[in-house]
Design a protein around this ligand. Structure first.
Ligand SMILES: Nc1ncnc2c1ncn2[C@@H]1O[C@H](COP(=O)(O)OP(=O)(O)OP(=O)(O)O)[C@@H](O)[C@H]1O
Ligand SMILES: [Mg+2]
Length: 257
């Protein structure tokens, strides 16, 4: 949510990110307070993944300024930021179990080349229980359904006990039950003061899920409270070159202002 306070969890000013000649994100500026659950929406190729990667320090940016927890992303230690990547960017042939993946969330707490301690194992177990995947902890990650995999990667983020969470399309390819598990956990985390960004595609659930919303299509179209940002005009600007505009024109017409 916007605020005049300088004690933001995240502050981004005039951010532009290019890959060679391709400008992926142009002039994004926004800030959110601690404990805010923010949706990021826009068509394919709009720069959503690039925006969160730049915020986490995973891609270089050419212009602008980013402060996370009042620090430059490179000054934060590995425990502060939890990332759930877009599913099609994960190598499913890598031979690791569900438990191994969630233990990766504990790496920054573990001493180099030392086995996990009891508290690491406890954190892994508690996180898997929260996403209802503990019974499959020994299963290979490539042998899960899409929804189960999303829940495991969320469990890894939970085990990390981070302050900032970045989730890239956590609801793609999952059923309603998994989606409900994930959104209620995210709400609980935000209620406990964690700051969360979720890249999202489904226009139906936006009011229900997010208190704050960022719309992007290369350049940032709008940011603020969901009820102010999620308007037919902003959606038309965001999805102007996209088939999604046609698919959701009816939805847009009935969106309350
Ligand atoms: N590593 C890269 N090198 C070159 N161009 C890239 C790279 N990653 C992304 N791009 C380009 O940057 C633009 C934004 O990509 P990005 O992945 O951020 O979009 P997105 O909004 O996350 O899309 P989607 O909804 O399909 O996941 C696209 O034009 C894409 O082709
Ligand atoms: Mg993406």
């Amino acid at each position: 949510m916007t605020s005049t306070s300088s004690n933001h969890a995240v502050r981004v000013e005039n951010l532009s990110v290019s890959y060679g000649n391709v400008v992926a994100v142009k002039n994004a500026s926004f800030s959110v307070n601690h404990g805010t659950l923010t949706g990021i929406m826009g068509p394919n190729g709009a720069g959503k993944s690039t925006l969160i990667k730049a915020m986490m320090g995973l891609v270089r940016f050419q212009r602008g300024n980013i402060r996370l927890l009042s620090a430059h992303p490179s000054q934060l230690d590995g425990t502060c930021i939890a990332y759930v990547p877009q599913q099609n960017h994960i190598n499913l042939h890598f031979p690791v179990t569900v438990g191994d993946v969630v233990m990766m969330g504990r790496y920054s707490y573990m001493q180099r080349l030392r086995p996990p301690r009891a508290r690491d194992r406890e954190a892994v177990k508690a996180s898997l229980k929260k996403v209802r995947m503990h019974d499959k902890k020994d299963r290979q990650i490539g042998q899960l359904s899409g929804g189960e995999r999303q829940r495991v990667f969320l469990a890894r983020a939970l085990a990390q006990q981070a302050e900032l969470f970045f989730l890239d399309e956590p609801f793609s390819d999952i059923d309603f039950a998994s989606e409900k598990v994930i959104i209620s956990l995210l709400r609980e985390l935000a209620g406990g003061g964690k700051t969360i960004f979720v890249i999202h595609h489904n226009l139906d659930k936006v009011f229900e899920y997010f208190e704050s919303l960022l719309l992007i299509n290369g350049e940032m179209i709008a940011f603020g409270k969901t009820q102010c940002v999620f308007t037919p005009e902003n959606l038309a600007r965001t999805y102007r070159d996209s088939h999604m505009v046609l698919a959701h024109d009816d939805d847009a017409a009935v969106i309350p202002k």
